[in-house]
Design a protein around this ligand. Structure first.
Ligand code: PXL
Length: 287
């Protein structure tokens, strides 16, 4: 609490989001920037790659790896003596970039700041294009360093070396229990059972869940929306429990809207009109 008073009185909170720019398909930075900024905190960015679209379903996408640019950016930032109160990493294009994120956390996270890792690697039981087991192992290492990790069900299974439930329903409690060996505060999204979908999260060793009704199908960018809202709410001083609850409301509302409004789910979620009620909930929760 002392920490938040110092931050809020002294200067505006800064969040650094390390993620790719996918020009089309609303995910990663094109979601994180509007959502985190709308929460009322500064969102600085470190783009990891520039893609014509995300890799989840479009054929022939372009991919420009920005790893080579990062050392010069960091050198300049060092000269500015800048620190970040929250560092949130998402899609990383290579094992080398995972090493870089670890270095950024060690050099640029403000004292008492929080490091949040969304280990973006896959969905539907499979790894995305471009990722393999070596990447998973390296991501698992990064997750051990984070204050919070936000895997979806697929990523949680890879991290915990747990079988992905293709047909059967998932024991979210058993999965999160295994993940506690990787990180003390895992928050697992998209855990589906028959007609329900849940977020499971651990707090002080106790596992909790928030359940919503299930909309069938894959919704690209849903994990990014959840993670961005979670980080934005944390940066506004919410507890992790409240941030999970607010992020779940926003994501569920955006998915429900998109199930009706977006015929081709590769183009991402129509989350924009759901930001207003989300921010109202965030501000009301302040009283
Ligand atoms: O939403 C996750 C994501 C982020 N970035 C890129 C992706 C994906 C999922 O497919 O391809 C480039």
């Amino acid at each position: 609490m002392i920490l938040l008073n110092f931050f809020t009185e002294g200067r505006k909170l800064r969040v650094l989001c390390i993620n790719d720019v996918s020009c089309i398909g609303k995910c990663s930075l094109t979601v994180a920037l509007p959502v985190i900024s709308a929460c009322g905190v500064t969102c600085d960015v470190l783009p990891t790659a520039l893609l014509s679209t995300h890799t989840g379903g479009f054929k022939g996408y372009t991919f420009h790896d920005l790893t080579g640019e990062i050392p010069a950016i960091l050198k300049h930032w060092k000269s500015l003596d800048v620190k970040f109160d929250f560092i949130y990493s998402g899609y990383l294009g290579s094992i080398e970039q995972i090493d870089t994120v670890e270095k950024i956390k060690n050099s640029f996270l403000a004292e008492g700041g929080k490091f949040i890792v969304d280990p973006v690697m896959g969905d539907g039981g499979k790894l995305y294009d471009r990722f393999d087991d070596a990447f998973v192992d390296k991501m698992r290492e990064l997750c051990t360093q984070a204050h919070y990790i936000l895997p979806n069900l697929t990523e949680a299974c890879f991290l915990a070396r747990h079988p992905y439930p293709h047909q059967e329903s998932t024991d979210g409690y058993a999965l999160v229990k295994k993940l506690l060996d990787v990180n003390p505060c895992p928050i697992v999204t998209g855990v589906h059972e028959e007609k329900e979908i849940s977020v499971f999260y651990a707090e002080n060793g106790i596992i909790n869940r928030i359940t919503s009704s299930l909309c069938e199908g894959f919704f690209v960018g849903a994990g990014d929306l959840f993670a961005s809202a979670f980080v934005g709410c944390l940066a506004r001083g919410k507890s992790a429990r409240d941030a999970v609850s607010l992020a779940t409301s926003l994501t569920t509302a955006a998915i429900k809207r998109s199930a009706k409004e977006v015929p081709d789910k590769r183009f991402g979620l129509n989350f924009e009109k759901e930001l207003f009620p989300f921010l109202q909930e965030l501000n009301d929760a302040e009283d």
